[in-house]
Design a protein around this ligand. Structure first.
Ligand code: ADP
Ligand code: ASP
Ligand code: MG
Length: 408
């Protein structure tokens, strides 16, 4: 008998038929003699709809109330799935974040899982019940409801699997694994049999939303090996696991894209210690997530700093930087550009292979795609391009690294 934690995302429970399909899959697993804990998301589109309703009533909805509102989406789907299972004769019970013992810290809408008290879940398992846990939510020590950031049901599933020491953790979604690029963008993207935590983390944090990046970080920290697979078929999925030496033979594992990016550049600032800290400090105080950062010194000795962020944060960034500009220099200027997207190539093989950036930039140049900012890490190269060119750029880079072909 194995203890299996599964996570079903929004599209997998997006209609009553889909909920019946999930109930059938869970019943089959249970009938094979397994203990099953299923973490579920809100029905597809429900979270967005609830956010839209809150925004209609108030331009800046209070985050405490947003958490109360958004967590209701997952509560609907756990109750519906447990109801479907009971209708099929399965002894199933739903559990909210609080009932599952998920204790959070941090801020509203971005809660962090502090710890899990699995006693209630263990009690239900001991009674032979199938448990349906609400993803994306937890409760603080003082009883406030938190949600865990968009895509946060992935994190719930990984954390529940770690806390129950599950034998298997599966993330079931509307694709049958992690592909070399989003298959909606690159039609000949190839399903990967396995990917290392670090590569999955870099892909997730650079736009491959098949996994929430914080959930991958958590899985790496607690050594939770998990499989991404389809809720609609039984094809083998992708194993996300610790890296092993053979993985380095592949230079590029995958390509990610992220749309709706904007650039802010501050020019004509004296090249003096502390200035970068003032700029980034103002953005941090305004809780703006800065992504790529590029700084350089112009020929006149003045510094310029550029950084990217989500387009939605551009207005707030400008407002946060205005008061700082005067402190930096009377000549300091701010420039902004929206309509950008980010393209990233990821692979642990980059550590031991050179020439990757040159090959990527040459292919983009030959396709007449202009590169804006560039940033690199040990296993990732990211560039910005015009948002209108991003899909072509992804296809060009996918092609030049022959990611559609199985590596020899
Ligand atoms: P769920 O509702 O199950 O959480 P998501 O919509 O969050 O599902 O994630 C699945 C989607 O992620 C897929 O439909 C796919 O379009 C997208 N995606 C982006 N990058 C990748 C990738 N590299 N491999 C697979 N899917 C990807
Ligand atoms: N329902 C939440 C969202 O849409 C959490 C999730 O689906 O994982 O972001
Ligand atoms: Mg998701």
């Amino acid at each position: 008998m194995a203890l299996i934690v599964q996570k079903y995302g929004g599209s997998s429970v997006g209609s009553l038929d889909r909920i019946r399909n999930v109930a059938t899959r869970i019943t089959r697993l249970r009938d094979e003699g397994n203990q099953v804990v299923a973490v579920v998301s809100a029905m597809g589109g429900v979270t967005d709809k609830l956010i839209g309703m809150a925004n209609e009533l108030n331009e800046t909805p209070p985050e405490r109330e947003l958490d109360v509102l958004l967590s209701s989406g997952e509560q609907q789907s756990i109750a519906l799935l447990a109801t479907a299972l009971q209708g099929m004769g399965v002894d199933a019970v739903s559990a909210t974040g609080r009932q599952a013992g998920i204790v959070t810290s941090g801020s509203h809408t971005r809660g962090r899982i502090e710890n899990i008290d699995p006693s209630m879940l263990q009690g239900y398992l001991a009674e032979g019940k199938v448990i349906i846990v609400a993803g994306f939510q937890g409760v603080t020590q003082t009883g406030l409801i938190h949600t865990l950031g968009r895509g946060g049901s992935d994190l719930t599933a990984i954390a529940v699997a770690a806390s129950l020491k599950a034998d298997l953790c599966q993330i079931l979604t509307d694709v049958d694994g992690v592909y070399t690029c989003d298959p909606r963008v690159v039609k000949n993207a190839r399903k990967l049999p396995e990917i290392s935590y670090d590569e999955m983390l870099e892909m997730a944090s650079s736009g491959s939303k098949v996994m929430q990046s914080r959930s991958v970080e958590f899985a790496k920290k607690y050594g939770v090996v998990f499989e991404v697979c389809s809720s609609l078929n039984n094809n083998p999925g992708t194993l996300v696991t610790e890296e092993h030496p053979a993985m380095e033979a592949v230079v590029i594992r995958g390509v990610s894209i992220e749309r709706s990016q904007a650039r802010v550049t501050i020019t004509d600032i004296p090249d003096r210690p502390g200035n970068s800290a003032k700029i980034l400090g103002a953005l941090a105080d305004a809780e703006i997530n800065v992504d790529m950062i590029v700084s350089n010194i112009a020929s006149d000795g003045m510094a310029r700093h550029s950084f990217t962020m989500h387009t939605n944060d551009l207005g707030r960034a400008q407002a946060a930087l205005k008061p700082v500009l005067g402190e930096l220099s009377p000549d300091a200027q701010i420039e902004t550009e929206a309509g950008l997207a980010k393209l990233s190539t990821v692979g642990i093989g980059m550590r031991s292979h050179s020439g990757v950036a040159a090959k990527m930039f040459k292919a983009l140049g030959e396709a007449d795609i202009n590169i804006g900012m560039i940033s690199t890490s040990e296993i990732k190269i990211s560039v910005t391009v015009d948002e209108t060119a991003i899909e072509d750029a992804a296809r060009v880079v996918h092609e030049v690294f022959e990611l559609d072909k199985k590596p020899a």
